[in-house]
Every structure is written in C-alpha cells, then in structure tokens.
Ligand binder design. Structure first.
Ligand SMILES: [Fe+2]
Length: 299
C-alpha cells in the first residue's frame, strides 16, 4: 500500500481515516450521568467523535470510582478487554484487570517506580504500546481520578493530520517516514532492555497509522545520503507543527470524572509536568485496547 505514496507521477496519495482537531476547541465533553448508564446514543456520539477528531472526552457526573468505571466504559464502547503488552508481564506497573495507574503516590512496594507513570515530570510526544507493531494498540483510554494542583495538561498531536499535510507539501520527506526501520522505540521500565524498530507511519488498508514519538527513549535511523535529509525534513516539519501548537495540537487538563478515549495509532500524545497538593495527588488510570469504538458496535 505504501506504493501509493512512492509513486512519482505527482499524484497525491490517498490517506484514509485522518482525524481533524478543528472541533476540539469548541466542543464540550460528552456529558453522562455515569459510565454505567451510558446510552446507545452517547456511545454513538463518543465513537463518532473518536473517528472525526481522533479523541473523545467524556464527563461523568457521578459514580466514577476506580478500575470498574473504566472497564465498564470500554465494554460499552465495544473495546473488549484491556490489552497488556508482554513487556508488562509480571510487573507491578499493571493491575490485575489490565489497567495501569499513573500517580506518584501509587508506587508499588519493593519495585522501582515506573519512569513515566510514577513521576511529576513531563512526558514527551509518544504513542502507547512502545514495543508493539505499528497499528496494534488502536485505542488508549485515560480516566482521571484526581487532578494535580497545577500543570499536568494532557496534550495531543494530530500526527496523521500533520503527516497528510507533509505528504502534500514534501512527498520525499513523507516517504522517508514510511521506511521500515526508521524509528527505534525502547522500553523504559526498570530492568527491561528491549527495543523495536519500525516505520513512523504506515499506509494500511484501513488507513494511515502512526507510532510517531519524540521522547528520550526514541531514536531515529538517519542514513548518510539524500534519504537522511528527507527524513530530517520530515521530522522537522512534524516537530514544528507540534511546537507551534498549530491546528494539529490540542491540550486539556483532565478533571476528576473525565475520561478521554483516543486513537493511539492515529494521534500522538504526552503530558506536561505538574505539582501535587499533599493528600490529593493527580491520579490517572490507563487502559490499552486493540479495538476501536465502532459506531453501532457492542454495548
Ligand atoms: Fe501515553
């Protein structure tokens, strides 16, 4: 399928399922009484926003407690059971029901803290499922149980949208980002030494997918030829759109009772640093899923 983009006829590639962030600044969250009482119409709306914008924010008025709330929400959206990457096997970073808890107060006894989950530091642009193949972890869901005293914004970068723009302006740079081993992502868990190389973007039957990440554990294969300069232009183009907080960027502070369900293989995300108040730390639950919320899917 990548041949569409490698054609030299000058024709624009057809990139399917590219989200747009244009509605995010003006659209309030989907408001529900509780996740347990989600209606079919609300599920349809969440799925529709997911596919249009790459993400949907849901605000529950009451009843958000812990893991069960996120599992119920996922079930009603047809996401199935949480996916647990093999790198987490036997780790205290993942709970019994397959969810991760991100909070500096949630350090498991006897195990080194997770360098991304259990810190107040910023988390740079990335996609979840570091060691999984591109497109495998289709959906991530975050549920906020507690907000920070300050900071902690969750940000989203529309990688697919930015790529589509790049493909229109600089096809050679866009091609370089499709190369099979261009992006090496490494696990950052204590005691785990594993990395996986792959493309930053791929054009699959179902559309454009990405694992675009620019964090401290990601490295890029830059060759010493023209392809290397193509790649550097491509990364620069995307990073500029990210830093300019352009139409491909959006951020929000998740509030208690809010969940965000996003297309992990179409958009990238990260978090700004934060400060906690004693006794009321920022606390987020995360689930990964290999399915998407499909309109009219399982409820
Ligand atoms: Fe993440």
């Amino acid at each position: 399928m990548n041949g569409e983009l490698t054609a030299t006829s000058g024709s624009r590639p057809v990139l399917k399922n590219v989200p747009s962030f244009s509605e995010l600044g003006t659209t309030p969250p989907v408001s529900v009484s509780s996740f347990e009482l989600l209606t079919s119409a609300q599920c349809e709306e969440i799925a529709s926003r997911y596919h249009r914008s790459g993400l949907a924010i849901v605000q529950a008025a009451a009843g958000v407690s812990s893991e069960k709330s996120l599992l119920v929400l996922a079930g009603k959206l047809g996401l199935g059971d949480p996916f647990v990457p093999p790198v987490y096997a036997g780790s205290a970073s993942i709970g019994q029901v397959g969810l991760s808890r991100m909070s500096v107060s949630a350090g498991p006894g006897g195990e080194s803290p997770h360098p991304s989950f259990q810190t107040t530091n910023k988390q740079d642009t990335h996609t979840d499922g570091t060691l999984q193949r591109i497109g495998e972890v289709k959906t991530s869901a975050l549920l906020c149980l507690g907000a920070a005293a300050s900071g902690g914004e969750t940000f989203f970068f529309n990688s697919a949208g930015a790529y589509a723009k790049l493909a229109g302006e600089d096809p050679a740079a866009a091609r370089a980002l499709l190369m099979p081993d261009v992006l090496v992502r490494s696990a950052n868990m204590p005691g785990i030494d594993a990395s996986v190389s792959g493309p930053a973007f791929s054009i699959l039957d179902e559309g454009l997918v990405t694992r675009f990440s620019l964090s401290s554990t990601d490295t890029w294969h830059v060759s010493d030829d023209a392809t290397g300069t193509d790649l550097l232009r491509g990364i620069r183009f995307l990073l500029d759109l990210r830093l300019q907080e352009s139409e491909c960027y959006w951020e929000t502070v998740l509030e208690p009772g809010q969940a965000v369900i996003f297309a992990n293989d179409r958009i990238s995300h990260g978090r700004k640093s934060y400060e906690n108040t004693p006794g009321s730390p920022r606390e987020i639950l995360r689930g990964l899923f290999t399915k998407r919320p499909e309109p009219g899917g399982a409820r």
